[in-house]
Design a binder for this molecule. Structure first.
Ligand code: HEM
Length: 447
């Protein structure tokens, strides 16, 4: 019966959104096929609507959107916006109330479990479905947790990760070359970041297909739960992850290392982090660093092939960093994020009421002609005069940006060196999603 109720709720929400999309509401269109397959014309319409409406496009869904480089940057940097509602509650959470949300005296999230809870007990709600840790926290909790995760991304560690990324990519390309035709996503773009994150979290004997499954279920949840089947996959993925990280915490306690989990276990013992926060942060690192980077590699190869600039990369693999930057501007893996006004705010001449939500269309900012000349052209020799927003901005700026760039560079450089005659070998199947964008299946031939 619970499944039936959930199924009915999902169907009603989808039908309502689709009705608005069909009536020409561009914000609603972003959530529905076929507009999700190519959202760029919708972004252009939203930029035009926003220009007419003073910078903010409104939807009958009640959600607003900012679509230009200027307004996206302004919202991301403005401390009057947060990822939660003004009183600390999570948006769209019908079960959350003020008491649960930790508007309490210590300012901590009361829904976050304490270190006394047993993370292996399936009855313990250690991870609410799709608990996004840092991404769902405003300062000061956000600042405290982010500081704990930051040393993992120190530049000196990047070199060590680069060496192992090169080794793993070499091995993956050897296997792919032996087959002649392979799936760029499943055989290179997904396993590479999984192995780098496994090293970052010092997870022994990583089971790549299982990680890929978890990543897909959690990544898809960024768009909301879309079916009962997905709800089950999500519940399974979060339960599996809870067990994995609970086990890792115990191992690191007994035998600490240099990795991020060991640092967090130390913080746990010092009581600067709770067990629930630790587990959800580790889960975020896993998800944030995996599906996104997979899509970066896929989107780059797709754009290189479609624009005829693959041969430019083959002629000079040293341009891989420029290809990565241009892909991040032209077709970024994370298309949008959301913020909520903590007070009445005026943006681009429009007033947004306290607690109203605004979609920040990061991918649209990259195609804004006011910020980038000839923005719909993929140009690997482009002089990047304005920063793209693919890694967001403000306090939530992507912690793994340098790592993601490095992985993208290694994958593209080695692919061009080792497979200069790489060509598509069938129909690319895109992921049909609103937040994450990239090829789900990308058959290619070595040459
Ligand atoms: C945050 C994009 C790779 C870890 C973010 C945000 C974006 C983003 C847009 C901010 C969302 C918001 O403002 O609401 C990307 C892209 C990647 C990538 C496009 C690959 C091309 C990675 C990697 C890691 C990582 C490799 C780590 C292993 C994080 C973390 C946050 C974050 C921890 C949360 C930061 C905070 O809230 O303070 N990422 N990311 N990301 N990313 Fe990435």
């Amino acid at each position: 019966r619970a499944d039936l109720r959930l199924g009915t709720r999902i169907a009603v929400m989808r039908a309502g959104g689709l009705a608005l999309a069909l009536r020409g509401d561009p914000v609603a269109r972003l959530m529905h096929r076929p507009w999700r397959l190519d959202p760029y014309p919708t972004y252009a319409r939203l930029r035009a609507d926003a220009a007419a409406a003073g910078g903010v496009a409104r939807s009958r869904t009640g959600i607003s959107a900012v679509a230009t480089h200027e307004t996206c940057t302004a919202v991301l940097r403005d401390r009057r916006f947060g990822v939660r509602l003004a009183d600390g509650r999570m948006p769209f959470d019908p079960t959350s109330d003020t008491e649960r949300s930790g508007a309490g005296a210590d300012g901590r999230d009361a829904s976050t479990p304490t270190s006394e809870q047993d993370p292996t007990d399936p009855g313990t709600a250690l991870i609410e479905p799709i608990d996004l840790s840092l991404l769902a926290l405003d300062p000061p909790d956000h600042t405290r947790l982010r500081r704990l995760a930051q040393p993992t991304f120190a530049p000196k560690r990047l070199e060590q990760y680069r060496q192992s990324a090169r080794k793993v990519t070499g091995r993956l390309l050897d296997d792919a070359a032996a087959r002649g035709t392979f799936d760029l996503t499943a055989d290179l773009a997904a396993p590479l970041p999984i192995s780098v994150i496994a090293e970052l979290l010092a997870i022994p004997d990583v089971d790549t297909p299982r990680f890929a499954r978890w990543g897909r279920a959690l990544g898809a949840a960024l768009d909301g739960v879309r079916s009962v089947r997905h709800a089950h996959a999500l519940a399974r993925a979060t339960a599996d992850l809870r067990l994995l990280f609970a086990d890792l915490v115990e191992r690191r306690r007994a035998d600490p290392g240099e990795d991020v989990i060991s640092q967090l276990v130390h913080a746990l013992d010092e009581e600067t982090v709770t067990l629930g926060e630790l587990v959800s942060l580790a889960q975020l690192l896993l998800v944030a660093g995996f599906e996104t980077t997979t899509n970066l590699v896929g989107n780059a190869v797709r754009a290189l092939q479609a624009s005829g600039s693959w041969d430019d990369l083959v002629a000079d693999p040293g341009i891989a960093p420029a290809v990565v930057e241009e892909t991040l501007r032209y077709d970024p893996p994370v298309q949008l994020t959301a913020r909520f006004a903590h007070e009445d705010v005026e943006i681009g001449g429009r007033r947004l009421r306290k607690d109203s939500g605004v979609l920040v269309l990061l991918a649209s900012a990259g195609r804004d002609p006011a910020a980038h000349a000839d923005p719909d052209r993929f140009d690997v020799h482009r002089e990047q005069t304005t920063a793209h927003l693919a890694f967001s901005g403000g306090v939530h700026y992507c912690l793994g940006a340098a790592l993601a760039r490095m992985e993208g560079e290694v994958a593209l450089e080695m692919l061009a060196e080792r497979m200069p005659r790489l060509r598509p070998a069938g129909r690319m199947r895109p992921r049909v999603a609103t937040v994450l964008r990239g090829p789900q299946r990308f058959p290619v031939r070595v040459g």
